[in-house]
Design a protein around this ligand. Structure first.
Ligand code: ADP
Length: 479
């Protein structure tokens, strides 16, 4: 039995802004059959406190970055969790990272220092009688854990720390003057620890202090070492390259199951998709059309290439294609998309966050678009594969690793599952749309893409085994 303390700022089904929450929520169940017992520590946001109900106190802090706090333990629908209740940091309206006006919470550095400190404290002392063998932190919000472990474990053994980078774009920086404020040892404000261009960087602390670093696809692991994708951390990662591994994300194949999905009309290919497609068209007010109905479910940000998509879209529409999109984020992108939908009967846009609609879109679309500038792993193309909704993706990160491009060679061997576009420009995406429409116009070829897609394993089995192997490796090395 290996005991893992997983520490993250979001976790399905309690709180989610992106793929991080899906991964943190899904891994424990995938690891259980391999003899791993995972407890997941998350902040006690109002939505979390509401969902957990009664819980046992396992740790108390008289003072944790400006107020009292405690760690509660409970099991919700079989999910073992630890919740950091700290009203002064987490009991407020708004999102996990942003206030109601869409600005970063001014005290984010402290809020997630508190999460990291609580994680390190449990790593060093256990929670009740439970002592983790490994502490596994996710993204910068858990990045200070090795610093606090260093401070807390001066006289005793220190558990190994596995750090997973879901997105290198977010560094969690704070001014150097704040070491004392964040309970950090100012002597360690140095290149080999958490100093980053004169500042404190929680991400760098995690990268430098980790026993092993994972990221969410093999290609992203390689991209992180380049100046194009490393977002300024490529030098740090070069130092840690020997301990960096790519382990691709899986999806929850029970939640995303076209045979049992309660949000959709159950289907088997090739005919069953028709009903969902018709329902989706009517929900979005789109007319019948000859080209592919393309769908997109995403945060709306520069990363996701939405501006490139807008520019390339005429190439799809001119060939009878359509777009149904669900997303929220950057207000300028939201406005542009709504504007585009107003002027075009073949474009439907919903601004907002809606899990049920996401299922209906994936089920009803012919193709799922993921035109990202960079994409550490990406989940919606995996949903698409499972539902026979052909992924149309840029060639980057996890999109490169999980989709097999419909090249002549792949088509000849009947292994293609989607369309990949490179370079990542509006022009290449437009050319990709021409290819997509040509493939769609050949029902036999399209049918084989769909069948190949649906056959591809997208669950957690393989990746959970890779995490298990990593945990085994770090526990045997450290002790
Ligand atoms: P990221 O984590 O960068 O946002 P991922 O593709 O890894 O991107 O994960 C995004 C997750 O969030 C997916 O599960 C996707 O379905 C979901 N999602 C994103 N935007 C929305 C939305 N507007 N409504 C419903 N689900 C969404």
């Amino acid at each position: 039995m290996t005991r893992i303390l997983s520490v993250a700022s979001e976790c399905v089904p309690f709180v989610k802004t992106g793929g991080l929450a899906d991964v943190v929520g899904a891994l424990p169940a995938a690891l259980a059959p391999m003899g791993c017992e995972v407890k997941t520590l998350i902040p006690g946001y109002p939505a979390v406190m509401e969902k957990i109900g009664k819980a046992k106190t396992v740790t108390t802090f008289d003072e944790l970055f400006g107020g009292p706090a405690r760690v509660l333990e409970t099991v919700v629908d079989g999910f073992s969790m630890l919740v950091l209740e700290a009203a002064h940091l987490f009991d407020r309206a708004g999102g996990p990272y942003l206030d109601e006006g869409g600005q970063d919470w001014i005290d984010n550095a402290k809020r997630f220092a508190a999460l990291s400190y609580a994680g390190a404290y449990i790593g060093a002392n256990g929670a009740a009688a439970w002592m983790p063998d490994v502490v596994h932190g996710h993204d910068w919000q858990a990045g200070l854990i090795p610093e606090y472990l260093h401070n807390l474990c001066q006289d005793g053994p220190k558990p190994p720390f596995v750090f997973t980078v879901h997105n290198i774009a977010f560094h969690g920086n704070a001014p150097r003057e704040r070491c004392a404020d964040l309970w950090l040892d100012p002597w360690r404000l140095a290149t080999e620890h958490f100093e980053y261009w004169g500042q404190i960087s929680a991400l760098k602390a995690g990268l430098m202090g980790a026993t092993k670093i994972t990221t969410v696809s093999q290609t992203y692991a390689e991209e992180l070492l380049t100046s194009e994708f490393g977002m300024g951390m490529e030098g740090v990662l070069a130092v840690r390259q020997a301990d960096l591994v790519g382990i691709v994300n899986g999806i929850d194949t029970d939640v995303w199951n076209p045979q049992t999905d309660p949000e959709i009309q159950t289907y088997k290919l090739p005919n069953g998709k028709k009903a969902n497609k018709a329902a989706l068209r009517s929900e979005f007010g789109l007319p019948d059309a000859d080209g592919p109905l393309c769908v997109l479910v995403s945060r709306l940000s520069g990363q996701k290439g939405i501006d490139l998509l807008i520019e390339a879209l005429p190439a799809l529409l001119e060939r009878g294609g359509q777009l149904a999109l669900l997303g929220s984020g950057d207000p300028a992108l939201e406005a542009k998309l709504l504007d585009m939908a107003t002027g075009n009967p073949n474009v439907g846009v919903r601004i907002g966050y809606d899990e049920a609609l996401a299922h209906r879109l994936i089920a009803g679309g012919d193709a799922i678009l993921v035109p990202s500038r960079f994409e550490p792993c990406g989940l919606t193309q995996l949903y698409g594969l499972r539902y026979g909704t052909v992924p149309f993706v840029t060639l980057t990160g996890g999109l490169a690793d999980t989709v097999i491009n419909a090249s002549p060679a792949a088509l000849a061997r009947n292994v293609a599952t989607g369309v990949q576009v490179f370079p990542i420009t509006a022009g290449a995406i437009a050319n990709g749309f021409v290819r997509l429409c040509t493939l769609f116009a050949q029902p036999k070829v399209w049918g084989s893409l769909q069948r190949n897609a649906m056959r591809q394993p997208v669950g957690w089995e393989t990746s959970a085994a890779a995490f298990h192997a990593l945990y085994t490796q770090v526990t045997s090395k450290a002790n």
